[in-house]
Design a protein around this ligand. Structure first.
Ligand SMILES: Cc1cc2nc3c(=O)[nH]c(=O)nc-3n(C[C@H](O)[C@H](O)[C@H](O)COP(=O)(O)OP(=O)(O)OC[C@H]3O[C@@H](n4cnc5c(N)ncnc54)[C@H](O)[C@@H]3O)c2cc1C
Length: 441
């Protein structure tokens, strides 16, 4: 589990889901760009490898440090803001939950967010962390300027010129391979609130109105309970800024913590101890999907607490193949052969120009598959990866996947362009850990 104290004292790193862990030699939490440059410059001379960690919320081993581990925990907060231009610059170590309240003070807000806000802005941007909404891109698409320290300790700044800007398209989702992002400048929206409606529907109902709903609501999301024909539908729209009412916030907090987390934890434990009860749990959860309407500032409602730990793999497929893919999943998971009770999350994201975006140049449906931590996930994910391959599925880099050198070449037409540029900024490959060495060499 991510803890600065453990990192400092035990020199041991683990990600949130404990799917990647390892020992490293040195740990740094620099407080300035100059200090960071000195650390990287020395590592370059000494031939040491560096991995920079955010909040360690990636499920794949992308952040796993081997020799030097750096955290920007001491380089956080808003550096500058320009309300007229709708832009603000944040230090790379800023946690997403710090951003909303800071921006609100200036009447601004992020365009979109994912479903938690524990990540750092640099970590989220580095993997293309996304929410849902077919007219909206990932958090990476909100970045217009990057400042970073390369593999030789040199400082760089680059502002996106246009959609064909090749360096910007590398930095868009750079997986920590171009160096250390010290600051990012985000394009923002005037402060707004969300009206969030959550309800239960049958999969048939969801599928029949999906095309219309996709464009009717700013954000559309489904949670489908495997082995059932029921989904939780979440529709969100932007409304003028109003804070969440106190009583509504209290009820929502209790409901999300007690029902969504504590009750779900107990149900998950039942499944872990007795996998044969999984189908019953999936049906029970689906039948008890709450009907909710909430309003509040966007940053108060995008994210929800996720206290029950799980393993996750998420794959992006071309949006036009979503319904066909769902039909295949429905047939394959009809009798719940893999004992899954965590819902399959379906989100929809606009195409992006980033060379390593899973939604590179294609509007995409992102399907996320979860398994309760401690339950066997291998057969389920293997099956999913096989199915998703038929749809040219591109996995989320921060989630569990079966990527290989060969698969990446096929899925990412600009992979070689990314690698050529990467070598300019990191000629000795000091930012490559074992995971990336295997994917690249
Ligand atoms: C419970 C949970 C919910 C999630 N929900 C979503 C979601 O809704 N949508 C979604 O898309 N993803 C989601 N994710 C995945 C998560 O957003 C990504 O994996 C994200 O990259 C994690 O950010 P982090 O700060 O923890 O970075 P880490 O996981 O620590 O690092 C991720 C990558 O960023 C690099 N990095 C970190 N800091 C820097 C820096 N300063 N400069 C350069 N590179 C850097 C690391 O080296 C690594 O390659 C979720 C994960 C969890 C555990």
């Amino acid at each position: 589990m991510f803890s600065l104290k453990t990192l400092q004292t035990k020199k041991h790193w683990s990600n949130w889901a404990e799917t990647a862990q390892g020992q490293f030699e040195e740990f740094f939490t620099p407080r300035s760009v100059e200090e960071l440059q000195a650390i990287v410059g020395k590592a370059f001379k000494d031939g040491k490898r560096i991995r920079i960690i955010g909040a360690s919320h990636s499920f794949s081993p992308i952040a796993l440090p081997e020799e030097i581990c750096i955290s920007l925990h001491e380089m956080r907060g808003m550096d500058s803001v320009d309300k007229e231009r709708g832009e603000a610059t944040f230090w790379g170590g800023t946690y997403l939950y710090e951003i909303g309240p800071l921006l609100k003070e200036h009447g601004l807000a992020l365009e979109n967010m994912g479903d938690i806000q524990e990540q750092t802005i640099a970590g989220a941007v580095s993997t293309g962390t996304h929410g849902t909404g077919i007219t909206l891109g990932s958090i990476s698409s909100q970045v217009i300027e990057w400042e970073w320290i390369d593999g030789m300790g040199e400082y760089h700044i680059h502002r996106r010129v246009d959609q064909d800007d090749s360096l910007a398209n590398c930095l868009h989702v750079s997986l920590g391979l171009f160096g250390i992002l010290v600051r990012v400048t985000l394009k923002l929206l005037p402060l707004y609130s969300l009206k969030v409606k959550t309800f239960r529907a049958t999969i048939e109902e969801g599928m029949s109105s999906w095309k219309e709903d996709l464009h009717q609501f700013r954000h559309l999301e489904w949670f489908w309970f495997p082995g059932t024909k029921l989904i939780q539908v979440k529709q969100m729209d932007a409304i003028p800024p109003v804070p969440q009412k106190k009583w509504e916030k209290t009820i929502s907090t209790i409901s999300k913590n007690v029902v969504d987390n504590q009750a779900f934890y107990l149900l998950s434990e039942i499944c872990k101890r007795n996998p044969r009860r999984t189908q019953w749990v999936s049906e029970f959860s689906a039948k008890n999907i709450p009907n909710r309407i909430e309003t509040g500032y966007s940053y108060e409602l995008f994210a929800t607490p996720r206290k029950v730990k799980f393993y996750e793999s998420e794959i992006a497929i071309p949006i036009e193949r979503f319904l066909e893919c769902m039909e295949e999943l429905l047939a394959g998971l009809k009798d719940n052969p893999f004992f899954v009770h965590f819902p399959i999350e379906c989100r929809f994201v606009k195409d992006e120009p980033g060379f390593l975006n899973p939604n590179f140049q294609q509007d995409s449906a992102f399907l996320a598959f979860h398994m309760y931590k401690g339950m066997p996930y291998e057969a389920y994910f293997e099956w999913i990866w096989g199915v998703m391959e038929k749809y040219n599925g591109r996995p989320h880099w921060g989630k569990m996947n079966n990527l290989s050198k060969e698969k990446i070449q096929k899925l990412y037409p600009k992979w070689n362009n990314f690698q050529e540029k990467r070598q300019e900024y990191d000629p000795k490959g000091i930012f490559l850990n074992k995971y990336f060495r295997e994917l690249i060499h």
